[in-house]
Write a protein that binds this ligand. Structure first.
Ligand SMILES: [Zn+2]
Length: 147
């Protein structure tokens, strides 16, 4: 969920993320809409507004995530939590296949579905950026390479 975080907090969160959406890896400088600071565990579920519960998210990811923190994968009975950008590593859960974000875990599968990370609008935007050499950006590559 977006919220009224202070400009100082926004700067901390955005800088920490290298201005990259911590879910789909879009770079803030490549899109028209300013990224949002989202509560990983939403306030509705008792999440705090401390920086360790905040992540930088693009408008698409933030809008679809809303206050969700978990889901049930179709055909399964178990509740699966969503990806937690502070506790999880992107490369342990996701991989890029061109501009499609592929899941490496149930957590990723749940997150991709709820955030609609491979929606046509998003993959089209990523494809346009990829053709310009902007997806994944240099900053995003840090999140996906093994170091
Ligand atoms: Zn995103």
């Amino acid at each position: 969920m977006s919220s009224e975080v202070s400009p100082e907090t926004r700067l901390i969160v955005a800088t920490r993320a290298n201005h990259v959406c911590e879910y789909c890896l879009l770079s803030e400088q490549d899109v028209y809409f300013r990224f949002q600071v989202e509560h990983i565990i939403s306030r509705k579920h008792g999440g705090s507004s401390e920086v360790d519960n905040l992540a930088l998210a693009c408008v698409y990811c933030n809008r679809h995530k809303g206050s969700d923190i978990a889901t049930i994968i179709p055909g399964q009975q178990e509740l699966v939590r969503l990806y937690h950008p502070r506790n999880d590593r992107w490369r342990n859960h996701f991989r890029l296949d061109g501009v499609t974000i592929e899941p490496l875990s149930q957590i990723a599968e749940a997150t991709i579905r709820i955030l609609q990370m491979n929606h046509d609008d998003q993959t089209l935007e990523r494809l346009t950026l990829k053709r310009r050499g902007r997806y994944p950006s240099e900053a995003a590559r840090l999140l996906i390479t093994e170091h």
